[in-house]
Design a protein around this ligand. Structure first.
Ligand code: MLT
Length: 312
């Protein structure tokens, strides 16, 4: 049997090799399609492979007469209308493991850059200013890192932050005392984390329960001078509330990799000198992109050839 696979976001070559090695797979790499062009193509497609850019909407799914499986090369599936896929009997698979290290490392890079104001100091130096007083940072040692969401990435962040001799206070609905003890960390409710942390990092998916988890009320509960890192999903933070919390002086700084709207050309938060950002680069390493591409392509092939998928 032959299957048509459409790859609508950039995918690492190693993943494409997996497709090449399988008989009966015809793939097309078309990464700059407009939503209209994608809509036109989708009716002949058996499997759709995406990262986070392609919006797999209900309209697209309803037009996808032959679509059997959607593969997400990455963790978050918030760009896919899961209800619409389920209603049509289309299976959605992701690659939950391959970018864990990269996302945790990016979080640590953001945390360390934030505590020492490295992006701001570099920017100032680039503009010919030698200013040592303005860029006094704080040590991480003995500070409390609040981790909201202690899944794969959150746990890797905890492990690394302990290496910086930080105290960890975590919240996760599935966190057990055994896991916390094993990691050697403290745990409590979201409110406990908000109240005790000097730095707060988010590692939850974007769900209706986590949308605007950090809102005006949450910022009010935090310690004055708290600093925020978000390498998870935009939308977990209410950006307007974060803006106000920084302007009021409650939040001393924020390092953001993800945003409520992506991509953006203009975001008010970036007008603030306390904020620095990267354009959703948490999983953008050679290793992570190879891993997730291979994992998702293998799962799609397993499914199309009658096997059992590993990451539904
Ligand atoms: C993920 O969900 O895997 C990451 O945010 C990376 C990405 O979207 O490509």
């Amino acid at each position: 049997m032959a299957f048509n696979v459409l790859i609508s976001d950039p995918l690492s070559e190693e993943g494409i090799q997996v497709l090449n090695q399988q008989d009966g797979i015809h793939y097309e790499l078309a990464t700059d399609l407009t939503p209209e062009a994608l809509l036109k193509k989708i009716s002949k497609v058996d499997a759709l492979l995406v990262r986070s850019q392609t919006q797999v909407t209900r309209k697209l799914i309803e037009a996808a007469e032959n679509l059997k499986i959607i593969g997400r090369a990455g963790v978050g599936v918030d760009n896919i209308d899961l209800n619409a896929a389920t209603e049509r009997g289309i299976i959605v698979v992701n690659a939950p493991n391959g970018n864990t290290n990269s996302a945790a490392e990016h979080t640590m890079a953001m945390l360390m850059a934030l505590s020492r104001k490295i992006p701001q100091a570099y920017y100032s130096l680039k503009h010919q200013q030698w200013d040592r007083k303005k860029y006094v940072g704080v040590e991480l040692k003995n500070k409390t890192l609040g981790i909201i969401g202690l899944g794969r990435i959150g746990a890797e962040v905890a492990y690394r932050a302990k290496g910086q001799r930080m105290n960890i206070m975590a919240y996760d609905p599935f966190l057990t005392k055994e896991k916390a003890d094993h990691l050697g960390i403290g745990y409590g409710t979201v409110q406990d984390v908000l109240k005790e942390a000097d730095f707060i990092t988010l590692h939850t998916p974007l769900l209706k329960e986590t949308k605007h988890l950090l809102n005006e009320e949450a910022f009010e509960q935090m310690k004055p001078g708290v600093q925020i890192i978000n390498c998870a999903r935009g939308g977990i933070i209410d950006e307007a509330a974060l803006y106000e919390a920084i302007v009021s002086g409650k939040v001393a700084g924020a390092a953001l990799d993800v945003f409520e709207e992506e991509p953006f050309h203009d975001n008010k938060l970036l007008e603030l000198s306390e904020v620095f950002a990267t354009p959703h680069l948490g999983a953008s390493t050679v290793e992570a992109q190879e891993n997730v591409a291979v994992d998702v392509c293998q799962d799609v092939i397993r499914f199309l050839t009658g096997g059992i998928v590993q990451n539904p």
